[in-house]
Ligand binder design. Sequence first.
Ligand code: CP3
Length: 349
Amino acid sequence: MPTQKKLLRALSGETLPTPPIWMMRQAGRYLPEYLATRAQAGDFLSLCYNPDLAAEVTLQPIRRFGFDAAILFADILLIPQALGMDLWFETGEGPRLSTVTSQAEVDALRPVEDIHETLAPIYETVRNVAENLPKETTLIGFAGAPWTVATYMIAGRGTPDKGPAHAFKAADRVAFQALIDRVTAATIEYLSAQINAGAEVVKLFDSWAGSLNGADFDDFAIKPARDIISALKTRHPDTPIIAFPREAGERYIGFAQATGADCVALDNSVSPQWAADNVQINGCVQGNLDPRHMVSGGQALVDETRQILRAFSGGPHIFNLGHGITPTSDPANVQLMIDTVRDGESVSS
Ligand code: CP3
């Protein structure tokens, strides 16, 4: 179909001469227009729950850079909030939540069918963006994967080694599993509602998958992703799904097949050539430029971008960073990355 959007073509397995490009955290603090809109909303969470302003910041990077995809502006921690937990952001520090560390506290979470009460404004944002997106741009919805979301619910904040979550898992595996199951069920309903509102692709962020070892990786990274993806595929068979088991290393091999994902997003700790040989042979991959290049720029950015393009040129590929863009990044470096990707000469030179 000649009119099909580029991102959807790559996700259906097509090898394109120039890959589609978008960027994790593309709406964010490195953009002055984002900071202005956040100030207008008051704070980050008020921005997430304001459908007009959230749609506006979703569209800002599309207007400025012409990315091939827009990602819904929201956060993975809205699910814990919709399940009844307190959530706030400490300026300069990050998220804080009330905690869940026992079976009784898992049981006390709000029922999954009630999450839409809190999350209705997010679906409104999706509808707003879908109505205002250029026709060639794809709208991506998202959620956190259950393990990553649970690490914040258990610790009440980000933790360097995910120690509290590992400790809860070791102390009471039944209660821990119940928490994973509750988040899994909520995530299915949340993503399904985003798709009904107009999300054309959804992405599952498992930012802390790399801290799961051995059988834990199978039980808490692969299995919840497989459960979510199979439920979504039953309801929305035509909606592609991107999985991001960050820092999975060798466990990236076969992850798409094991979970049913249409594409696996790669972090920048794996070499593009290794990933092409071992992961892309089975289907579409996304990634994986080191986000530090968005701060430092220059020839190193160009060289590394070209290396990634070359490595993945033999199969379906979506160009992206290996993790989110950081606040001190220079928008001019984002433009340089895009120009390098879209310059047809770059792969052969
Ligand atoms: O990619 C996008 O532009 C879409 C929006 C989006 C945000 N967060 C907005 C945000 C997405 C997809 C996320 C995902 C997210 N949120 C993840 C998984 C991806 C990853 O980065 O590993 C995680 C772990 C979170 C939880 C979270 N949200 C943390 C730990 C923080 C604080 C750290 C930080 O970067 O400030 C946030 C805040 C957050 N989420 C911001 C944005 C734009 C910054 C808030 C601000 O404007 O001050």
